[in-house]
Design a protein around this ligand. Structure first.
Ligand SMILES: O=P(O)(O)OC[C@H]1O[C@H](O)[C@H](O)[C@@H](O)[C@@H]1O
Length: 567
């Protein structure tokens, strides 16, 4: 018999559906009373500790999920990814972000060519360039060394590098090596973002890195042209070769833009944009800011999880366990969202990065074979660092909707602070919340408890928390470049596991295209109306009226002169 086209047709999927009723019968507070279960529902690898006992699941659920993984051929799919098979079938590409952190002597073939030497050639070039740059021997048009870097890029050419930069900028080792330097990002095509990114910067001491896989992304190219104008108007056209460099897979367009090809850093079509932070996309700007050795530690952290993911049994495999539990929450328990809650301000940009990584990867409506899915894949990811989130949206998580939460805590703070006379250190205060919140969600509070605390009867319904809300807790030993790499890789692989189980292509992004082409129609209309006073044509009544309202206000500056932000 032919194997079912959809995972939801398998007996293993149906067995999990049948198991949901049993899980709903037991409250998490009762599940948590079982010490053996709590112990069993943990996993540890190299200082990363995962406790998933607060999932609405038992060891039986996990066993059933392993069976589902078998039915989905998860092991084979992971193997195919690591061996360079073209698993991104709609774009006919390998999916080899793992090659970006593979050791120098590894062999990973795509199209019969070992890609590892090419990866290392670019890394060696980045190392050398960043050393020259940081030593001050790379000088700008006025002979001054450059200390500021503006990285221009959007989506995957922005969010991953921003996440890592934000995590490193308070790490003492990274702080020491970034002294006197600035790294900024310019992503949004909103001119306000241009203004912000160059505020108080001197073009004479600034290097611009244009980061774009395709080198065609409208926002990035307009921002790159704008920043080029900022450089040229201050330093003259010959300054471009010293003040602008690029990262792209499209070196032809880099040259056409006017950037010296010697100052271009390549990557490859087998690196998806949202999986590209370990390519020159992240490694170059981060090496300019922190030095290559620190970035190498980040890559080593990612590699450690790659190896763990590729070789560990599913019972001990952190990304596999996480991916399966997410499938359980989304597809069987019906929870459509996931909150990412790092109790670490340094991980402030983790959630925005995971939003793209997860939702662009798994927000699909058809199977990899093009069959419309009879179930919902993907989840809505959002988050904020704790404790900030507690004072923002936790009300909904505690009493409103059920949203499975990822709590991420760090044992050793990057910045230990203690005030004499306080009962605990500042980090202990933060972590008190990290430990308390998952139990508050799981246990809730009953009317009986409230009565025993003499809460007045009219407030009891308002103060009752039903609990039974799932979460999982990560405890990292510390947060340096290495652990940041581990965390990145854990999420990348977890998301791939989910896609492998759902049977979708987690590596294409056709859904992004429609909006882009409609924007191009609007762009043409705006140009025609502004320049040739042409009437609005070809839009529905709503869009036509919105456009008319927008166009009725004349721009404050004429279109025949260049205007740069006033900062
Ligand atoms: O790096 P670029 O080619 O400029 O692409 C930037 C971004 O563009 C699109 O929005 C894609 O959906 C993203 O995956 C990509 O990261």
């Amino acid at each position: 018999m032919a194997s079912p086209a959809l995972i939801s047709d398998t007996d293993q999927w149906k067995a999990l559906q049948a198991h949901v009723g049993a899980i709903h019968k037991t409250h998490l507070r009762d599940l948590m009373a079982d010490a053996d279960r709590c112990k069993a529902m943990t996993a540890e690898f190299e200082g990363v500790f995962l406790d998933y006992s607060r999932q609405q699941a038992t060891t039986e659920t996990v066993d059933k999920l392993f069976k589902l993984a078998e039915a989905a051929k998860l092991k084979e799919k992971i193997g195919k990814m690591f061996s360079g098979e073209k698993i991104n079938t709609t774009e006919n590409r390998s999916v080899l972000h793992v090659a970006l952190r593979a050791p120098r002597d590894a062999v990973i073939n795509s199209d019969g060519v070992n890609v590892v030497p090419e990866v290392w050639a670019v890394k060696d070039k980045i190392k050398q360039f960043s050393e020259t740059f940081r030593s001050g021997s790379w000088v700008g048009a006025t002979g001054k060394p450059l200390t500021n870097v503006v990285s221009v890029g959007i989506g995957g050419s922005f969010l991953g590098p921003l996440f890592v930069h934000t995590a490193l900028q308070t790490d003492p080792e990274a702080v020491a090596s970034a002294k006197g330097r600035q790294l900024r990002f310019l992503a949004n095509v909103d001119p306000v973002d241009v203004a912000r990114s160059i505020k108080d910067l001197d073009p004479a001491t600034t290097l611009v890195v244009v980061v774009s896989k395709t080198f065609t992304t409208a926002e990035t190219m307009l921002n790159a042209r704008t920043i080029k104008e900022w450089i040229v108007s201050a330093l003259g056209p010959q300054a471009v070769s010293k003040h602008m460099i690029a990262v792209s897979t499209n070196l032809k367009l880099v040259k056409e833009f006017g950037i010296d090809p010697n100052n271009a850093f390549a990557f490859w079509d087998w690196v998806g944009g949202r999986y590209s932070v370990c390519s020159a996309v992240g490694v170059l700007p981060l090496s300019l800011q922190y030095g290559f050795p620190i970035v190498q530690k980040f890559l080593e952290g990612a590699l450690s999880i790659d190896n763990h993911f590729r070789t560990s049994s599913f019972e001990k495999n952190i990304p596999v366990l996480l991916g399966l539990l997410s499938v359980w929450n989304v597809s069987f328990l019906g929870y459509p969202a996931r909150a990412i809650l790092p109790y670490s301000q340094a991980l402030e940009k983790l959630a925005p990065h995971i939003q793209q990584l997860s939702m662009e990867s798994n927000g699909k409506g058809v199977s990899i074979d093009g069959v419309r899915l009879p179930f919902e894949a993907g989840e809505i990811d959002f988050g904020e660092p704790g404790t900030n989130g507690q004072h923002s949206f936790y009300q909904l998580i505690h009493q409103g909707r059920v949203i499975p939460c990822d709590f991420i805590g760090v044992i050793k703070s990057q910045q230990p602070v203690y005030l004499k006379g306080e009962t605990v250190s500042n980090h202990d205060e933060l972590m008190s919340n990290f430990f308390a919140q998952p139990d508050a969600l799981a246990y809730g509070k009953t009317p009986e408890q409230l009565r025993s605390e003499n809460v007045s009867e009219n407030l009891i319904p308002h103060k009752t928390f039903q609990g039974n809300r799932p979460s999982l807790s990560f405890l990292l030993s510390s947060l340096s470049a290495y652990e940041v790499g581990q965390l990145l890789s854990i999420y990348e692989h977890r998301i791939a596991v989910q896609g492998f189980i759902w049977g979708i292509n987690s590596f294409d992004q056709w859904g992004v295209e429609l909006g882009k082409s409609l924007a191009s129609q609007v762009r043409k209309q705006l140009n025609a109306s502004r320049m040739e006073r042409k009437p609005i044509e070809g839009f529905n009544p709503s869009s036509a009226s919105l456009l008319a309202r927008y166009l009725a206000v004349e721009p404050s500056t004429p279109y025949d002169t260049t205007v740069l932000p006033k900062v």
